[in-house]
Write a protein that binds this ligand. Structure first.
Ligand SMILES: O=C(O)[C@H]1O[C@H](OP(=O)(O)OP(=O)(O)OC[C@H]2O[C@@H](n3ccc(=O)[nH]c3=O)[C@H](O)[C@@H]2O)[C@H](O)[C@@H](O)[C@@H]1O
Length: 436
């Protein structure tokens, strides 16, 4: 500051040109000033040429990134009459008695199967999916083009955290139900990317419930919870009455939090909500992060697989549940869901609140899973038995589905006890990955 001040005051005291006998430092200043003044026209010319060149090359070259498509990603570009009419068409049930269902996570494993089943039986369906990169996006795109498009289900590419989009959808269509399956799945990945679980399973859920509760005709909600909420519970089989306050992973904790959040919205706003606790769902078009899927791939590629074991060679087992049974459970939950009692954010009376297990009721050990795969693939697996890492897994899951049988009656009566896998699914799925 002390050095700056004299310099600045000197500059301030420069008189106008001509009446002034410059000292050395003033000369220096004037020299620069003159140079600047004389080079100004030149600078202007060069700048104009330079800018023209930029503009010329900008129009000549192709865009580095594609322009945002209408109705996708950015909230400002949603809409357009074409986009809206496709949504309305997809939302239209075949008959007056059909439901109109918004399926979130429609390009996901369970979402795609459930959307197609709803559409095929005559319900109106609009899908919503953010096509994130948790696993190979080509699989999601293939589910869309080969299952959903063919069945006539329009999928909006967007996020459940996008409130503007959600409001737009609820303004366009009077959904009778929301089948909320969009979530960050996977037990072990929660240690890699914990925030994605909060974003999808907590923030996303709350955003959706906020929009649903404010809508004029509140739809009933059926959503995906998880068997993982039983956590460290050691009592089998798992009944809905058992404790669920000891999650073993952040994933499980977010699903449990979801159940509590759902209860609050049911209590305050009269939203009809059914949470389905899915037990390790498998089948065609399944998720590549699940053991049956990557075991198949690795066995075929002669790569070593790790089989988890508990302490003292304890068996690790899962109540693997076939996708068709889960889809039946979802549809039945929709059919038996009572209407929400509120509208526009106001509760008019008590509303239905359910939490229901959906599982096969016959746990299969990981060893058994691998031996079934070996038999089907006709390849001996390179197995390495390792102590189950403490990264969210639990030793065993086993569903008690008495409540499902009671509540979902008609449809779940058909759930058969299946041997695992019911057919050559894992192999089919592997083939599928290579066709996409
Ligand atoms: O039912 C559920 O609630 C959960 O089911 C699955 O989670 P998980 O049962 O862990 O399914 P996989 O990841 O396919 O694992 C199946 C079995 O293989 C075991 N495993 C996994 C990976 C591995 O390398 N080795 C191994 O032995 C696991 O411990 C587990 O017993 C899903 O990934 C979750 O999204 C879902 O919520």
């Amino acid at each position: 500051m002390t050095q700056l001040k004299p310099i600045l005051s000197h500059v301030d005291n420069i008189p106008s040109a001509g009446k002034f006998k410059p000292d050395k430092s003033s000369l220096y200043y004037i020299h620069h000033r003159l140079r600047y003044q004389t080079s100004l026209p030149k600078l202007t010319i060069w700048s104009t040429i330079f800018l023209s060149l930029i503009v010329f090359f900008f129009f000549l070259s192709p865009p580095a990134t594609p322009a945002p498509r209408r109705g996708l990603r950015t909230t400002t570009s949603y809409g357009g009459s074409g986009w809206e009419s496709r949504i309305k068409l997809s939302a239209k049930p075949r008959s007056g008695t059909g439901h109109t269902v918004l399926v979130t996570g429609a390009a996901g494993f369970i979402g795609a199967h459930a959307s197609v089943a709803l559409k095929r039986r005559g319900d109106g369906v609009v899908g919503l999916d953010n096509f994130n990169h948790y696993y190979d996006i080509t699989l999601k795109k293939s589910r869309k083009s080969k299952l959903l498009d063919r069945a006539g289900v329009f999928v909006v590419e967007g996020d459940i955290n996008d409130v503007v989009l959600l409001r737009k959808l609820f303004g366009l269509v009077h959904f009778t139900h929301v089948l909320h399956l969009a979530a960050q799945a996977g037990v072990r990945y929660a240690m890699v990317n914990p925030n994605s679980y909060i974003r999808s399973n907590i923030d996303g859920l709350v955003n959706l419930l906020e929009v649903v509760k404010s809508s004029i005709a509140q739809p009933a909600i059926v959503w995906a919870s998880s068997s993982s909420v039983y956590g460290l519970n050691s009592k089998v089989s798992f009944s809905e009455k058992d404790r669920t306050d000891q999650p073993a992973s952040l994933y499980a904790a977010t699903k449990k939090a979801g159940e509590e959040i759902a209860h609050a919205y049911n209590h305050i706003y009269g939203l009809s909500i059914t949470g389905l606790r899915f037990f390790t769902v498998y089948g065609p078009w399944g998720r590549p992060d699940m053991a049956y899927f990557f075991f198949t791939k690795d066995i075929l590629n002669r790569k070593q697989i790790s089989i988890f074991e508990g302490p003292n060679h304890g068996t690790i087992a899962r109540d693997f549940t076939y996708i068709d049974d889960i889809v039946k459970g979802c549809l039945s939950a929709i059919d038996t869901a009572k209407k929400s009692t509120g509208n526009g954010g106001k509760k008019k009376g008590e509303a239905q609140f359910r939490i229901i297990n959906l599982g096969n009721t016959s746990p299969v050990s990981v060893h058994k899973l691998v031996s079934i795969l070996e038999k089907l693939l006709k390849v001996k697996a390179k197995k390495k038995v390792v102590l189950m890492p403490r990264n969210g897994d639990v030793p065993i899951t086993h569903a008690n589905i008495s409540l499902a049988r009671m509540e979902l009656g008609r449809v779940l009566g058909e759930v058969k006890k299946t041997s695992f896998p019911r057919n050559n699914l894992a192999v089919e799925e592997y083939g599928l990955m290579y066709r996409v």
